[in-house]
Structure formats: structure tokens, C-alpha cells
Design a protein around this ligand. Sequence first.
Ligand SMILES: Nc1ncnc2c1ncn2[C@@H]1O[C@H](COP(=O)(O)OP(=O)(O)OP(=O)(O)O)[C@@H](O)[C@H]1O
Length: 238
Amino acid sequence: MLELRDVHTYYGASHVLQGVSLDVAEGEVLGVLGRNGMGKTTLVHTVAGLLRPRRGSVRFGGREIGGSSAERIARAGMALVPQGHRVFPSLTVKENLKVAVRRSGPDGWTVDDVVDRFPVLGERYGLSAGLLSGGQQQMLALGRALVGNGRLVLLDEPTEGLDPQTVAKVGDVVDELRRRGTSAILVEQKVDFALRRVDRAVVLGRGQVVHTTDNPQELRTDTAALRELLAVGGTART
Ligand SMILES: Nc1ncnc2c1ncn2[C@@H]1O[C@H](COP(=O)(O)OP(=O)(O)OP(=O)(O)O)[C@@H](O)[C@H]1O
């Protein structure tokens, strides 16, 4: 579904992704972990076409997309939930959701599914999205990606700034994506939250994959590895 080979991405002269290779199989949820500033968002933006890799290959559904525009990649079926809850502030909640709807087959996410999961969006349905709280905008950004019914959903810290109850709901959404066989990349600072629900995980350190596991449950309880790779203390953060 997604294959990265030796991907290098720069900001000007700053060499951030330094040869990343990874795969996301059909129906798989891959966790991307790593401390602040290690290149997780840069990776997601490179995959989504917001940044152009200077070297290496990004293949999505068998086609090379490294260097394609974000619009083109989105049309090919990739949905991004960007970090920092980006929504259209002057559109209403309803409009934000409706313009994002794509290809809702029998198994697809509908606006009603999103509102059922996040009732506060229903309560604020006619309100400009810019008037929502940060957490509500984050739910809306997630809802927009869901109704886009992409083949691959990129979630860049979807729980950031949310209260524990809403974090749990976001967790349910990730579980549901997995059940529906939608491929996803989950970037998370909440290590335990991520490792509980992904099929595989990679850890980024200074723009490179420094660890890969096919057994996230094992890594969850490996306190020495967590401390070394992620500077997480004895009990992993939830
Ligand atoms: N627009 C930019 N211009 C220059 N350098 C940048 C830019 N965005 C990020 N960086 C740098 O690239 C490196 C990787 O940043 P990135 O945001 O990808 O990390 P991250 O792992 O997602 O961290 P965080 O969890 O803090 O978002 C950091 O050193 C950061 O300072």
C-alpha cells in the first residue's frame, strides 16, 4: 500500500529525513513514535505531498508519488489529519464535514457516523469552525479525514491537547479504522496509547528509523527499550 525507500527530506539546507525506509501493508496500522523533533511530522508531510523528498522513493498503491502535489495524492486516496487541528475556520462544522465527503461506500464513514462519535460536533453543527475550542477543532479535523474515506489515513498526533474522554474516543476511531481494514499511520507522543492499537511500529531518531517492531505489545512492556528509544519512564505514558 505504501512503501518508502531511502527517503531524504530537507528544509533548505537542513537535512531532516535521512534515509527513511518503511512499509504500510494493506489494512495495517503503523505507529510512528519518537521524541520531539525527530522528524515524525516531516515524514507525514513528505508522504502527503506537502514536502518534496529530495532523494528516495515514495510509492502509494504501486505508484510513485514522491514529488506529486498534495491535491493529487489526496485524490489518490490519502487522507491527512494534520497536527494542530487544521480546519476551515470560516466554514461551519457542517460545511467542513460535507466538503470533505468522498466515496462513501457501504463500509464508508458518513457525516452521521462522525457526529454520533463526537456529539459536540452535532451540537455546534451550524457554527463557524473557527469558534470551536482547540479540542473540538481536532475532532473536526479527524472527522474530515474519516468522511474522506481514504485508503490510507495519516494521523499526526490526533490526541494532542484533548481531554482523556476524547482521547479514548479517538482511540475507538483508530480501532474502528483497523477493524474496517483501512490502512493508517498513527504518529503519537502517547506511546502506550499508540502501542496498544497498532499492528507494527517504527521509532524515529534524528530522521532515521532506529527501531522497528512487529510486536508492539512486547515493546509496551519493555521498559528498558522504551527508556532508551523514547525516554519514557517505567510505566509508559497513556
Ligand atoms: N519548517 C521548518 N523549517 C526548518 N526546520 C524545520 C521545519 N519544521 C521542522 N523543522 C525541524 O525539523 C526537525 C524535525 O521536525 P518534525 O516536526 O518533523 O519533528 P517531530 O518528530 O514531528 O516533532 P514534534 O513531535 O515536536 O512535532 C526538527 O529539528 C525541526 O526543528
